[in-house]
Each structure stands twice: as structure tokens, then as C-alpha cells.
Design a protein around this ligand. Structure first.
Ligand SMILES: [Zn+2]
Length: 253
């Protein structure tokens, strides 16, 4: 029977592999980025990809490659030869200041980075992730990596309780109540960025956007289980949507 910590390490390693499977850490960014997860019974600790691996790529991460850190960014567990990742303060400062966050993702997604340099605001261009980019995302105005406590706190303070923030010419951070939510947010952010880039290329800087009232109308719906033709089959329950995360985990297992 695995311990809680072993289970968190296993889940977090799979989430790191999923980032590569989704194309968010490939090629030049194969080793860049990390997912972390807070330890449920010890909320001042979290599990994250580290550094000093013989083979360093997100696609290769296994449970015992994950290191344990505290909310000050110190390594408090994991194999002795490993260190925490250099940008550990991204994770520790967010966990310290945002108790509702249980998972943090940082990667360098190509289209998201490109738009942060072009100064093009990512707007809703398709359903997937439209609410995430409904309001303009904040941009941390530095290309340097986050290494000091001051840099980490600057980023965490600017981000606040937002679910995503851009880092100019560098990458992005997303958060969630669990691994599925934070990783999915990053996937949706990059998809919206890609769609914005395509629209920008096709139609110029003033390309058409989905009107915000149509985005809002997506969110304010009668629940499916309250509709007459779904009432019997759903029996008052929300539809089950977790299967896509189970699929992503299965693909990298
Ligand atoms: Zn980075």
C-alpha cells in the first residue's frame, strides 16, 4: 500500500509526463518546466520535478524523481542526489500565499510566449479555455527566470488568485485545485494563444474576436441534468467529465 507521499509523487510524475505528451515541453523545452502538487495532509509541503537527473526531460519523470519542498522553497525530501528546480520559488510563493491552490504548472509554451513578446492580448477565439482568457491575463514584465524569494513573491503577488499569468518572453504559470485543473488550464491557454496567433497572421492585429457576451452565455446555462431529455439518465448528477484526465494519465503510463 503506497503512502500518501508516494501517491502524490506518482501522480505528480505522471502530470509532468503529460505536459510533454500534450506538446507543452518538447524539443528545445523538453527539460524546461515543472508541475507540482501540494501534499494534502501537510499543506506546507509540495512535490515537484527537480534537477540533477542523469536524463533530464519531463517525459522521463518517475515517482522517485520527484522532490519534496516546503513553502519557503527548501528541499525537505526526495533522493539525496537531486535538487529542487531552479525556479522553485514560483511554486513555493504561490502555495504560501494562495491556500486554495493545490497544483501549480510552469512551462514555456511557444505561442503563449510569442504573443507575450508581440504584446498581443490573448482573447477568446474558441470554446476551449474561453473563460480562462475572458479577461486579459496579467503579464510579469521580465524574461529572467524566477530564482530569488523577492522574484517569486513579485510574481505570486501580481498573479493573486488568477488561474493563469504570462511571463514576458519566458513562459506562463497556471494553478488549480488539483493536477487536472492546472495542467488543463495550461493546455487551454496555449490553444487560445495558438488560435490568436493564427488569427493575427491571417487578418492582422485587429482580427475579429468572439464577443464577450457570447463567452458569458457559454457559462450561464441551465445544468444538463435539469433538461427534460437528460433528467432520467443523469438522475440529478452533473455529467462525469473526469475520463479525459484518466485518458491522459493512461497514455503516459
Ligand atoms: Zn521558466
Amino acid at each position: 500500500m503506497p503512502t500518501e507521499l508516494e501517491d502524490v509523487q506518482k501522480q505528480t510524475a505522471a502530470a509532468n509526463r503529460i505536459l510533454t505528451d500534450l506538446g507543452l515541453a518538447v524539443g528545445v523545452t523538453s527539460a524546461l518546466g515543472h508541475v507540482s502538487m501540494r501534499v494534502p495532509s501537510e499543506p506546507n509541503k509540495f512535490v515537484v520535478k527537480g534537477r540533477e537527473y542523469e536524463l533530464d526531460a519531463l517525459s522521463e519523470m518517475q515517482a522517485d524523481d520527484m522532490v519534496v519542498c516546503d513553502t519557503e522553497g527548501f528541499k525537505v525530501g526526495g533522493r539525496p542526489e537531486l535538487t529542487q528546480c531552479s525556479e522553485i520559488k514560483i511554486h513555493s510563493c504561490i502555495y504560501k500565499t494562495q491556500p486554495q491552490v493545490n497544483s501549480v504548472v510552469h512551462v514555456h509554451p511557444r505561442y503563449t510566449v510569442l504573443l507575450s513578446v508581440l504584446g498581443v492580448t490573448i482573447v477568446p477565439m474558441c470554446q476551449e479555455g474561453a473563460p480562462l482568457v475572458r479577461n486579459p491575463l496579467k503579464v510579469y514584465p521580465h524574461v529572467k527566470t524566477i530564482q530569488t524569494d523577492e522574484e517569486g513573491m513579485d510574481l505570486a503577488t501580481l498573479m493573486g488568485s488568477d488561474k493563469a499569468i504570462l511571463m514576458q518572453g519566458h513562459g506562463a504559470v497556471t494553478t488549480g485545485k488539483d493536477l487536472e485543473e492546472s495542467v488543463t488550464a495550461m493546455l487551454q491557454l496555449e490553444e487560445q494563444a495558438r488560435m490568436n496567433y493564427l488569427a493575427y497572421s491571417a487578418a492582422g492585429r485587429d482580427y475579429p474576436k468572439i464577443p464577450l457576451e457570447l463567452v458569458d452565455a457559454m457559462s450561464n446555462r441551465t445544468p444538463l441534468h435539469e433538461l427534460p431529455h437528460f433528467r432520467d439518465v443523469l438522475q440529478g448528477k452533473e455529467p462525469q467529465r473526469g475520463g479525459i484526465w484518466a485518458y491522459r494519465v493512461a497514455r503516459v503510463s
